[in-house]
Ligand binder design. Structure first.
Ligand code: FCB
Length: 463
């Protein structure tokens, strides 16, 4: 048994995103987003669902904030829906949409919960997609204009802003794999989009510095750890290439002012390199106040010259899998933090997402027992703590997610919450892992059995 104690003032929170929980998706309530459109194409969403109602958080936010208070959260990470503020993406402001966020933020203030507000968690206004979306450089300025409205209107409530959530996903899942909106499959487009997202990030940071100098701003990057599948030179190189193509591709421009050389060289040779204008890299390379890190899983990588353009294949790593098929390998988060520390002069890091989906359901006594999630969280938190002990500056942790919600292409089939949502009645039930997390927050730590399994969870889940 080991008592894990986090540093004084460690920030404990939980995260959600607008499209995944809000609902209120009728045309009078918000403009169409690329996710509304994507959901309408049969076959895109596993259960054929959409975000029209989701968790109905739009109408139930007071109850949800009370739940956050009950769990003892210090901070809540939420995102703003761009088409709820600007139904056409620019121009006319939808006042009711703005008022919704003001009421939500006021409610958080009443309950002493600090907001961390993400400007973009994937719900681009469809009208902008029709003009080319993130492939069109003009979208960068449309984004900055949207950010300006939020900075001005929400300034009384918000001190901490995130420009983008996981630009990797918007760029590559949305424009290469096609499993996220807008569902495009064009590698060069994905690379171009990544550059525009980074540029929009940089311009928005500059705007905040000019208009609201006391507020803080950062970006949220999702990163995986990659290890060679076999201990060969080819696999070691393939693992490193993947690290650079998916992680450093976004972090290097921000912290070093340039794209990783090896990846850029390959893209140049293949005609995939992004078009850049003079001054772009300097805009992207600006000091930020914190780095948000989203981490869920690790992979091994094997070299495979037949796979274009990555010349490699990835395989889940870990002793068990979550309902997403993601390997559970807690050491991955430690290794990632250690490497970020080696690679960059970075600002304080917040884990802005970490968590797991499991097929939860309420038992006859009404309780939702989810020992695997508790086990996952304890093991990952142990590794975060280990990195902190070794000197990495991690200041807080946001669990994904506060409640079960719309998991993108998987619809409502994957439950990530520490609060169970019965979608038929919208009733919320705190899962056992939620009660455990409340305890962790209260004690600023937990007892870990040292063998990799928290005592209580391993008894309930002997496998
Ligand atoms: C991340 C997303 C978040 C959620 C989790 C499971 O990639 O940021 O919205 O879907 O994965």
């Amino acid at each position: 048994m080991e008592q894990i104690q986090f540093p004084k003032d460690f920030l404990w929170g939980s995260a959600t995103a607008s499209f995944q929980i809000e609902g209120a998706g009728e045309p009078a309530q918000r403009g169409e987003s690329i996710w509304d459109r994507y959901c309408r194409t049969p076959g895109n969403i596993l259960d054929g669902s959409d975000g029209k109602t989701a968790c109905d958080h739009f109408h139930r936010f007071e109850e949800d904030v009370r739940l956050m208070e009950q769990l003892g959260l210090h901070s809540y990470r939420l995102s703003v829906s761009w088409p709820r503020i600007l139904p056409e993406g620019m121009g006319r402001v939808h006042q009711d949409g703005l008022n919704f966020y003001k009421r939500l933020l006021e409610c958080l203030r009443t309950h002493r919960i600090q907001p961390l507000v993400t400007l973009y968690h994937w719900d681009l206004p469809q009208r902008l997609q029709e003009r080319g979306g993130w492939q069109n450089r003009e979208t960068v300025d449309a984004f900055v204009a949207y950010a300006e409205i939020l900075f001005r209107e929400l300034r009384p409530w918000v001190n901490n802003w995130v420009t983008f959530n996981e630009p990797y996903c918007t760029a590559f899942l949305g424009h290469w794999v096609g499993r996220h909106a807008p569902g495009i499959r064009d590698y060069a487009a994905a690379v171009q989009v990544s550059h525009h997202l980074l540029l929009a990030h940089g311009k928005t940071v500059r705007l905040l510095r000019q208009t609201t100098p006391n507020a803080k701003i950062g970006i949220v990057l999702n990163m995986n750890s990659y290890y060679p599948h076999q201990n060969t030179e080819e696999d070691r190189r393939a693992a490193e290439w993947n690290y650079q193509a998916w992680n450093s591709w976004f972090a290097d421009p921000i912290f070093k002012g340039g794209y990783p050389q090896e990846v850029l060289a390959l893209y140049e040779a293949e005609g995939l390199a992004p078009r850049r204008e003079p001054g772009d890299m300097a805009l992207i390379h600006q000091p930020i106040d914190f780095l948000g890190l989203n981490h869920y899983f690790s992979e091994t990588v094997s070299a495979n010259p037949d796979v274009w353009p990555t010349r490699s294949e990835t395989h889940p790593l870990g002793d068990t899998r979550t309902a997403m098929g993601w390997g559970v390998y807690p050491q991955g988060i430690h290794d990632l933090l250690a490497r970020l520390d080696r690679d960059y002069q970075h600002p304080p890091i917040f884990i802005t997402e970490n968590g797991a989906a499991y097929p939860d359901h309420p038992a006859e006594d009404g309780l939702v027992r989810d020992p695997e999630r508790q086990d996952y969280l304890a093991r990952y938190l142990y590794q975060v703590h280990r990195a902190i002990r070794e000197g990495v500056d991690v200041r807080g942790y946001y669990l994904w997610s506060l409640m079960d919600n719309f998991e993108w292409a998987f619809g409502y089939t994957k439950r990530f919450g520490i609060v169970y949502v019965d979608y038929a009645t919208q009733a919320r039930t705190v899962k056992q892992s939620g009660h455990w997390y409340a305890n962790v927050i209260q004690n600023n730590g937990f007892v870990y059995d040292g063998a990799g399994q928290p005592a209580e969870a391993s008894k309930a889940n002997p496998s």
